[in-house]
Design a protein around this ligand. Structure first.
Ligand SMILES: [Zn+2]
Length: 113
């Protein structure tokens, strides 16, 4: 499953960061996940819940920030919210906008002792 490999990668990033900084107890990890990233957030949460207890960061909470999809029309420069990479501009109907936000998948912050 796609989300399991993403969860695995996220946990690896957090583990590496924790080891490099001598953090023994990771409390909270904040993630930014874009609505246009193709990641199913509930599936990612399930995958994290399954994988965390077997990892170095056992007991850590994950907080997922859902980043809205924002597109900008390449023709009229109108910005609009979208949940589709290939949406049409609401003003001029042009397809294939530039994506300004919503494709994120990153570890935003790690709280630890
Ligand atoms: Zn337009």
């Amino acid at each position: 499953m796609h989300e399991f490999s993403i969860a695995h990668n996220i946990i690896e990033i957090v583990e590496d960061t924790a080891r490099q900084n001598n953090l023994t107890h990771v409390e909270e990890v904040e993630l930014d996940i874009g609505e246009l990233s193709g990641i199913d957030i509930p599936a990612l949460e399930t995958a994290l819940e399954c994988l965390i207890p077997q990892s170095f960061i056992e007991g850590a909470n994950f907080k997922i920030n859902r980043i809205r999809g924002i597109a900008r029309c390449r023709v009229c420069r109108q910005k609009y919210a979208t949940d589709d990479l290939l949406s049409a501009c609401p003003t001029c109907d042009n397809y294939g906008p530039e994506i300004i936000s919503g494709k994120e998948m990153r570890v935003k912050s790690i709280s630890a002792e």
